[in-house]
Design a protein around this ligand. Structure first.
Ligand code: 3HC
Length: 290
């Protein structure tokens, strides 16, 4: 039974995942690389729960109970008590494999090791551990507290029983799990990122203004937001990194990171989280347009 969960990396996705687990009543050990980053993660959680309180969807005492289930810190050694650890650090294989190798010596033998990778190989991450059969992908979608999908990704090495356990855990969290194999981008990102990259290229070539391009897909196709708004939500650095992984795996030019995207990332225009992307926001982390 999974009751205590560790989350490593408390950026947009990690903090959202902490919220999902804590709201479902699980104890959470939330760790980032420094005390400042752990504090920032706590800030993301309290801000998100604060919004729910101000809308009357959560009482103050419920908010306090949820926050009280989470122990924030900067030491991976705290993961020794976890039944499952999920990693949500930046999309770089070397960082992820180094964390998994370290975790191997900290966690219990029966602890499940999960990764929220957007596109990297579960098999390669699993191979960095002593027991690859306990490594699995558990991929949430941004914003994690809102979107129901969780891709449960198994490698050839993953224990078959574990796939079912993690699928059941996702249901317990109120999510919609889908079980998928280990291919770059899995299902959702393999399809989505090609669409986003094409949209950026269409914008770059002057096909339409950013507003009209977004309106075409939101008002015409019924997507909840247009592709450039969605890139800003996901983070332009994340879109760029996933493009790189998909391109390396497939050599499909349609998923190569578009030149404009590369320049924007180099300039520090990362979307909502930096306050500027295809659109400009009131402040870093705000969804409100200027
Ligand atoms: N964190 C927590 N909650 C949030 C949130 C956030 N960042 N953004 C919105 N919400 C909540 C709101 O508080 C609101 O809650 P309520 O219904 O309880 O009041 C609810 O979501 C709806 O929000 P809004 O009314 O403000 O706005 P919308 O109805 O337009 O919904 C949206 C916002 C949920 C972001 C919606 O536009 C949407 O689903 N967009 C598409 C997002 C998407 O496609 N994400 C997938 C990205 S790909 C990915 O993550 C994979 C990765 O690997 C790259």
């Amino acid at each position: 039974m999974i009751n205590t969960v560790g989350v490593i990396g408390l950026g947009t996705m990690g903090a959202g995942i902490v919220e999902v687990f804590a709201k479902a009543g699980l104890s959470v050990i939330a760790v980032d690389g420094s005390a400042e980053l752990a504090e920032r993660g706590k800030g993301f959680l309290t801000k998100s729960l604060g919004r729910a309180v101000s809308k009357g969807k959560l009482s103050e005492s419920e908010r306090d109970e949820i926050v009280g289930r989470v122990a924030f810190g900067d030491d991976l050694a705290a993961m020794k008590d976890a039944d499952l650890v999920i990693e949500a650090v930046p999309e770089l294989l070397e960082i992820k494999t180094s964390i998994f190798t370290t975790l191997d010596d900290i966690v219990r033998d029966d602890c499940v090791l999960a990764t929220n990778t957007s596109s990297l190989s579960i098999t390669e991450i699993a191979k960095s551990t002593k027991e690859p059969s306990r490594v699995i992908g558990m991929h949430f979608f941004n914003p994690a507290p809102v979107l129901p999908l969780v891709e449960v990704i198994h490698s050839l090495l993953t224990d078959v029983k574990l796939v079912e356990d993690v699928r059941e855990l996702a249901v317990r969290l109120g999510k919609k799990p889908v079980v998928v194999g280990d291919r770059a981008g899995f299902v959702a990102n393999a399809l989505l990122i090609a669409y986003l990259a094409r949209s950026i290229r269409a914008y770059e070539t002057g096909l339409a203004s950013r507003e009209d391009l977004d309106a075409a897909m939101a008002a015409g196709v019924g997507f909840p937001m247009g592709p450039l708004t969605l890139c800003d939500l996901i983070g332009l650095d994340v879109v760029h990194e996933v493009c790189g992984v998909l391109y390396d795996a497939t050599h499909d030019p349609s998923v190569a990171s578009p030149p404009l995207l590369r320049q924007m990332v180099a300039a520090g225009y990362l979307g909502r989280k930096s306050g500027k992307g295809f659109y400009t926001y009131e402040a870093a982390g705000s969804g409100t347009l200027v």
